[in-house]
Design a protein around this ligand. Sequence first.
Ligand code: G3P
Length: 212
Amino acid sequence: MFILINLKTYVCDSVEIARIAKDVSEEFGVRIAVAPQAMYLKDVAETGVETWAQHIDTISGNANTGRVTANELSRMDIKGSIVNHSERRLLLAEIDECVRDAFENGMETVVCANNPNQIAAVTTLGPNFVAIEPPELIGSGIPVSKAAPDIVKEAVESAKRIDPNIPVLCGAGISTGEDVSAAIRLGAKGILLASGIAKSNSPSKALRGLLE
Ligand code: G3P
Protein backbone atom coordinates (compact mmCIF):
# COMPACT_ATOMS: atom_id res chain seq x y z
CA MET A 1 0.00 0.00 0.00
CA PHE A 2 1.16 3.52 -0.82
CA ILE A 3 -0.13 6.65 0.92
CA LEU A 4 0.73 9.94 -0.76
CA ILE A 5 -0.08 13.06 1.26
CA ASN A 6 -0.51 16.12 -0.95
CA LEU A 7 -0.22 19.22 1.24
CA LYS A 8 -1.40 21.46 -1.65
CA THR A 9 -1.24 25.15 -0.64
CA TYR A 10 -2.84 24.46 2.72
CA VAL A 11 -1.45 26.51 5.59
CA CYS A 12 0.13 23.78 7.67
CA ASP A 13 3.46 22.80 9.19
CA SER A 14 4.93 20.74 6.34
CA VAL A 15 8.02 19.70 8.29
CA GLU A 16 6.01 18.58 11.30
CA ILE A 17 3.68 16.54 9.07
CA ALA A 18 6.75 15.07 7.33
CA ARG A 19 8.24 13.97 10.67
CA ILE A 20 4.94 12.38 11.68
CA ALA A 21 4.64 10.63 8.30
CA LYS A 22 8.14 9.22 8.62
CA ASP A 23 7.44 7.87 12.13
CA VAL A 24 4.07 6.39 11.16
CA SER A 25 5.56 4.85 8.02
CA GLU A 26 8.23 3.09 10.09
CA GLU A 27 5.80 2.11 12.85
CA PHE A 28 3.25 0.53 10.48
CA GLY A 29 5.67 -0.63 7.77
CA VAL A 30 3.63 1.24 5.14
CA ARG A 31 5.05 3.34 2.32
CA ILE A 32 4.07 6.97 3.00
CA ALA A 33 5.27 10.00 1.03
CA VAL A 34 4.66 13.72 1.53
CA ALA A 35 4.26 16.26 -1.29
CA PRO A 36 4.71 19.80 0.11
CA GLN A 37 4.72 23.11 -1.75
CA ALA A 38 7.88 23.54 -3.83
CA MET A 39 9.53 25.95 -1.38
CA TYR A 40 9.36 23.37 1.43
CA LEU A 41 10.68 20.41 -0.57
CA LYS A 42 14.21 20.68 0.77
CA ASP A 43 13.15 20.99 4.44
CA VAL A 44 10.72 18.10 4.10
CA ALA A 45 13.30 15.89 2.35
CA GLU A 46 15.76 16.59 5.18
CA THR A 47 13.40 14.90 7.68
CA GLY A 48 14.11 11.64 5.84
CA VAL A 49 10.49 11.10 4.79
CA GLU A 50 9.93 10.03 1.18
CA THR A 51 9.34 13.38 -0.52
CA TRP A 52 7.37 14.05 -3.71
CA ALA A 53 6.71 17.16 -5.77
CA GLN A 54 3.14 18.32 -6.43
CA HIS A 55 3.97 19.07 -10.07
CA ILE A 56 6.83 19.11 -12.55
CA ASP A 57 7.19 21.31 -15.61
CA THR A 58 8.42 20.28 -19.00
CA ILE A 59 10.99 22.63 -20.46
CA SER A 60 12.69 23.21 -23.77
CA GLY A 61 16.30 24.33 -23.99
CA ASN A 62 18.15 25.85 -21.05
CA ALA A 63 16.37 29.16 -20.65
CA ASN A 64 13.03 28.71 -18.88
CA THR A 65 11.63 30.94 -16.18
CA GLY A 66 9.65 29.90 -13.13
CA ARG A 67 9.73 26.18 -13.87
CA VAL A 68 10.27 23.19 -11.59
CA THR A 69 12.28 20.52 -13.38
CA ALA A 70 12.65 16.79 -12.78
CA ASN A 71 16.38 17.13 -13.24
CA GLU A 72 16.79 19.52 -10.30
CA LEU A 73 14.21 17.74 -8.15
CA SER A 74 16.03 14.44 -8.51
CA ARG A 75 19.28 16.14 -7.46
CA MET A 76 17.45 17.16 -4.25
CA ASP A 77 16.50 13.51 -3.66
CA ILE A 78 12.83 14.08 -4.48
CA LYS A 79 11.51 10.61 -5.26
CA GLY A 80 8.53 11.38 -7.44
CA SER A 81 5.91 13.81 -8.62
CA ILE A 82 2.18 14.08 -8.93
CA VAL A 83 1.29 14.84 -12.55
CA ASN A 84 -1.98 16.25 -13.93
CA HIS A 85 -3.64 16.81 -10.58
CA SER A 86 -7.19 18.06 -10.98
CA GLU A 87 -6.01 21.44 -9.69
CA ARG A 88 -3.08 21.48 -12.14
CA ARG A 89 -4.40 19.95 -15.38
CA LEU A 90 -2.13 19.25 -18.33
CA LEU A 91 -2.58 18.22 -21.94
CA LEU A 92 -2.00 14.54 -22.74
CA ALA A 93 1.20 15.40 -24.63
CA GLU A 94 2.50 17.32 -21.60
CA ILE A 95 1.65 14.44 -19.26
CA ASP A 96 3.59 12.14 -21.59
CA GLU A 97 6.63 14.42 -21.45
CA CYS A 98 6.45 14.74 -17.65
CA VAL A 99 6.29 10.96 -17.19
CA ARG A 100 9.28 10.44 -19.50
CA ASP A 101 11.26 13.26 -17.99
CA ALA A 102 10.66 11.99 -14.46
CA PHE A 103 11.59 8.45 -15.51
CA GLU A 104 14.81 9.60 -17.17
CA ASN A 105 15.73 11.39 -13.95
CA GLY A 106 15.00 8.38 -11.76
CA MET A 107 11.75 9.77 -10.36
CA GLU A 108 8.38 8.04 -10.05
CA THR A 109 5.05 9.52 -11.13
CA VAL A 110 1.44 9.35 -10.02
CA VAL A 111 -0.73 10.59 -12.88
CA CYS A 112 -4.18 11.76 -11.79
CA ALA A 113 -7.39 11.40 -13.78
CA ASN A 114 -10.98 12.51 -13.26
CA ASN A 115 -12.73 9.41 -14.54
CA PRO A 116 -12.17 5.82 -15.77
CA ASN A 117 -11.76 6.88 -19.44
CA GLN A 118 -9.00 9.28 -18.53
CA ILE A 119 -7.44 6.56 -16.37
CA ALA A 120 -7.21 4.36 -19.49
CA ALA A 121 -5.62 7.19 -21.48
CA VAL A 122 -2.97 8.05 -18.90
CA THR A 123 -2.17 4.41 -18.12
CA THR A 124 -0.94 4.04 -21.71
CA LEU A 125 1.80 6.57 -20.87
CA GLY A 126 3.39 4.14 -18.42
CA PRO A 127 3.55 6.06 -15.13
CA ASN A 128 4.35 4.24 -11.89
CA PHE A 129 0.81 4.81 -10.57
CA VAL A 130 -2.43 6.33 -11.77
CA ALA A 131 -4.89 7.97 -9.37
CA ILE A 132 -8.63 8.29 -9.75
CA GLU A 133 -9.97 11.51 -8.22
CA PRO A 134 -13.47 12.73 -9.10
CA PRO A 135 -13.04 16.53 -8.79
CA GLU A 136 -16.43 17.13 -7.19
CA LEU A 137 -15.41 15.03 -4.16
CA ILE A 138 -11.96 16.55 -3.67
CA GLY A 139 -11.79 18.35 -0.32
CA SER A 140 -15.43 17.48 0.35
CA GLY A 141 -14.89 15.07 3.24
CA ILE A 142 -17.14 12.67 1.31
CA PRO A 143 -14.98 9.63 0.51
CA VAL A 144 -14.88 8.56 -3.13
CA SER A 145 -14.51 4.96 -1.98
CA LYS A 146 -17.97 5.14 -0.41
CA ALA A 147 -19.78 7.81 -2.44
CA ALA A 148 -18.66 6.59 -5.87
CA PRO A 149 -17.47 2.99 -5.53
CA ASP A 150 -18.35 2.21 -9.16
CA ILE A 151 -16.00 4.91 -10.41
CA VAL A 152 -13.13 3.44 -8.41
CA LYS A 153 -13.94 -0.10 -9.57
CA GLU A 154 -14.21 0.99 -13.22
CA ALA A 155 -10.95 2.93 -12.93
CA VAL A 156 -9.21 -0.19 -11.62
CA GLU A 157 -10.63 -2.22 -14.51
CA SER A 158 -9.68 0.44 -17.08
CA ALA A 159 -6.09 0.53 -15.88
CA LYS A 160 -5.90 -3.26 -15.76
CA ARG A 161 -7.06 -3.57 -19.36
CA ILE A 162 -4.21 -1.31 -20.51
CA ASP A 163 -1.46 -2.45 -18.13
CA PRO A 164 -2.14 -4.74 -15.16
CA ASN A 165 1.20 -3.76 -13.62
CA ILE A 166 0.27 -0.13 -13.02
CA PRO A 167 -1.40 0.22 -9.61
CA VAL A 168 -4.36 2.53 -9.11
CA LEU A 169 -4.51 4.94 -6.19
CA CYS A 170 -7.77 6.45 -5.10
CA GLY A 171 -8.32 9.96 -3.76
CA ALA A 172 -10.92 12.56 -2.81
CA GLY A 173 -12.56 12.90 0.56
CA ILE A 174 -10.58 10.09 2.19
CA SER A 175 -10.01 10.66 5.89
CA THR A 176 -10.65 7.49 7.90
CA GLY A 177 -9.39 3.92 8.09
CA GLU A 178 -12.81 2.78 6.96
CA ASP A 179 -12.49 4.90 3.77
CA VAL A 180 -9.08 3.34 3.12
CA SER A 181 -10.40 -0.22 3.63
CA ALA A 182 -13.27 0.50 1.24
CA ALA A 183 -10.78 1.73 -1.39
CA ILE A 184 -8.58 -1.34 -1.01
CA ARG A 185 -11.61 -3.64 -1.31
CA LEU A 186 -12.42 -1.91 -4.63
CA GLY A 187 -8.96 -2.75 -5.95
CA ALA A 188 -7.00 0.43 -5.16
CA LYS A 189 -3.40 -0.12 -4.08
CA GLY A 190 -3.14 3.09 -2.13
CA ILE A 191 -4.49 6.52 -1.33
CA LEU A 192 -3.85 10.08 -2.43
CA LEU A 193 -5.13 12.47 0.22
CA ALA A 194 -4.80 16.06 1.35
CA SER A 195 -7.29 17.85 3.62
CA GLY A 196 -7.76 14.87 5.97
CA ILE A 197 -4.15 15.37 7.10
CA ALA A 198 -3.22 18.96 6.17
CA LYS A 199 -6.32 20.49 7.79
CA SER A 200 -6.45 18.15 10.78
CA ASN A 201 -5.88 19.50 14.30
CA SER A 202 -3.88 16.34 14.90
CA PRO A 203 -2.16 15.05 11.75
CA SER A 204 -0.60 12.29 13.85
CA LYS A 205 -3.98 11.00 15.03
CA ALA A 206 -5.43 11.41 11.51
CA LEU A 207 -2.63 9.47 9.84
CA ARG A 208 -2.60 6.70 12.43
CA GLY A 209 -6.39 6.50 12.11
CA LEU A 210 -6.02 5.75 8.40
CA LEU A 211 -3.86 2.73 9.14
CA GLU A 212 -5.18 1.30 12.39
O1 G3P B 1 -4.35 15.19 -4.11
C1 G3P B 1 -5.24 14.75 -3.16
C2 G3P B 1 -6.58 15.24 -3.38
O2 G3P B 1 -6.91 16.02 -4.43
C3 G3P B 1 -7.65 14.80 -2.50
O3 G3P B 1 -7.90 15.86 -1.65
O4 G3P B 1 -8.65 16.90 0.40
O5 G3P B 1 -10.13 15.29 -0.77
O6 G3P B 1 -8.10 14.46 0.40
P1 G3P B 1 -8.75 15.60 -0.34
